[in-house]
Design a protein around this ligand. Structure first.
Ligand SMILES: [Zn+2]
Length: 128
């Protein structure tokens, strides 16, 4: 299974009539399941939810707590470039993932891989 292909497939369900920026994500768990997510926009904008957070919320609500990687694919008006997660999504990832959690992004030709530690070296954390 190709995680980036699943992210592209997830993008087909994107609800983004306001920005035309369509995003799909595929989140791989340690138990080897994949949860798909897409961005979901709203007329009042602030309730917008990113594809990455959609995938995380779906997985966590199904009992998953351990994650290996996420693939993200998206772009505006059909032009796809490396779509890195926003700051809010990076913070959500840091709640559940180690610094070596892999984040794959693609422009349709090439795939780049980052770790969460690279994209968010100093996240906000509370003592558990
Ligand atoms: Zn985001």
């Amino acid at each position: 299974m190709n995680l980036m292909e699943v992210a592209k497939e997830a993008m087909n369900n994107s609800y983004s009539p306001y920005s035309n920026f369509r995003v799909g994500a595929a989140l791989l768990t340690k138990s080897n399941k994949v949860y798909k997510g897409c961005n979901v926009e709203n007329a009042s904008y602030s309730p917008n939810c990113c594809a990455e957070r959609t995938a995380f919320v779906k997985a966590i609500s199904e009992g998953e707590k351990e994650f290996v990687a996420i693939a993200i694919y998206g772009g505006k008006d059909g032009k796809y470039d490396f779509c890195l997660p926003c700051g809010v999504c990076r913070q959500v990832m840091s709640e559940f993932c180690d610094k070596d959690f892999k984040i794959y992004v693609s422009n349709g030709k090439e795939i780049k891989c980052y770790t969460l530690g690279e994209l968010l070296p100093n996240s906000f954390k509370l003592e558990k």
